[in-house]
Design a protein around this ligand. Structure first.
Ligand SMILES: Nc1ncnc2c1ncn2[C@@H]1O[C@H](COP(=O)(O)OP(=O)(O)OP(=O)(O)O)[C@@H](O)[C@H]1O
Ligand SMILES: [Mg+2]
Length: 225
């Protein structure tokens, strides 16, 4: 499902023309389809950058990256959107569309995929109910708390039943009970075949849900356990 081979990434150039140092260096690992991985490491270690590579927001500046059998480092740009549609992402900063209601934010990926209106209403409502937002369906992001926004972002990421689910600190704004519920959702999707990668600082959560982990430190993969 995911294969990194000596991948390096640096951002830049900056407005002053400087290319930054590599934020990921010589990262090599593979995650077979259907597996679950924690993505761990201190702030600034490169977790979000690694997820960005996996959801095709950036391309490796070095090395080889394969996703669902497609060699990303040499793929044509026009081949990427179809691949991207099979990936669900919970962004660290949510990225909800501010002018859309919770319902419309969650419905968006289904609409983009061409699902008829009559066939999406029940799914979207059910998913929002599952994350505890049945009463906030018509609210816009600015009217929602941080945890509520995070739950809309989670619902949007999973509504299409993606082959690959990437979640960046998805419990950052959730209480314990909601975090447990979220893990239940991710485990259920994983059981049904979705490959799941979850970046987190939440040690308690990781201890409660033991699973293999990729551990980053200063842009290097220091553990694949
Ligand atoms: N767009 C960018 N341009 C330049 N440098 C960046 C950019 N985004 C991140 N970085 C740098 O890359 C390094 C890794 O950042 P990244 O966001 O991947 O870390 P992280 O592990 O997700 O941290 P956190 O746990 O705080 O979210 C950091 O040194 C950061 O300053
Ligand atoms: Mg991050």
């Amino acid at each position: 499902m995911i294969r990194f081979d000596s991948v390096g990434l640096h951002y830049g150039p900056t407005p002053s023309g400087q290319v930054g140092a590599e934020v990921l260096r010589d990262v090599t690992f593979a995650v077979p389809a259907g597996e679950f991985r924690w993505l761990l490491g201190p702030s600034g270690a490169g977790k979000t950058s690694m997820l960005r590579l996996m959801y095709l927001a950036v391309r490796p500046t070095r090395g080889r990256l394969g996703l669902m059998g497609v060699p990303i480092h040499e793929a044509r740009r026009r081949d990427l959107p179809a691949l991207r549609r099979r990936i669900g992402v919970v962004f660290q900063d949510f990225r909800l569309l501010p002018h859309l209601t919770a319902f419309d934010n969650v419905a968006l990926p289904l609409r983009l995929a061409g699902r008829p209106e009559g066939q999406l209403r029940a799914d979207v409502t059910e998913m929002l109910r599952w994350v505890g937002l049945a009463r906030r369906i018509e609210a816009r992001p600015a009217e929602l708390s941080g945890g509520e926004q995070q739950r809309v972002a989670i619902a949007r990421a999973v509504i299409t039943r993606p082959a690959l689910l990437l979640a960046d600190e998805p419990t950052g704004n959730l209480d314990d009970e909601q975090a447990q519920r979220l893990m239940q959702l991710f485990n259920e999707m994983n059981r049904l075949g979705t490959t799941v990668i979850v970046a987190t600082h939440n040690d308690a959560l990781v201890q409660r849900h033991p699973a293999p982990a990729l551990v980053l430190s200063h842009g290097r993969l220091i553990e694949d356990r």
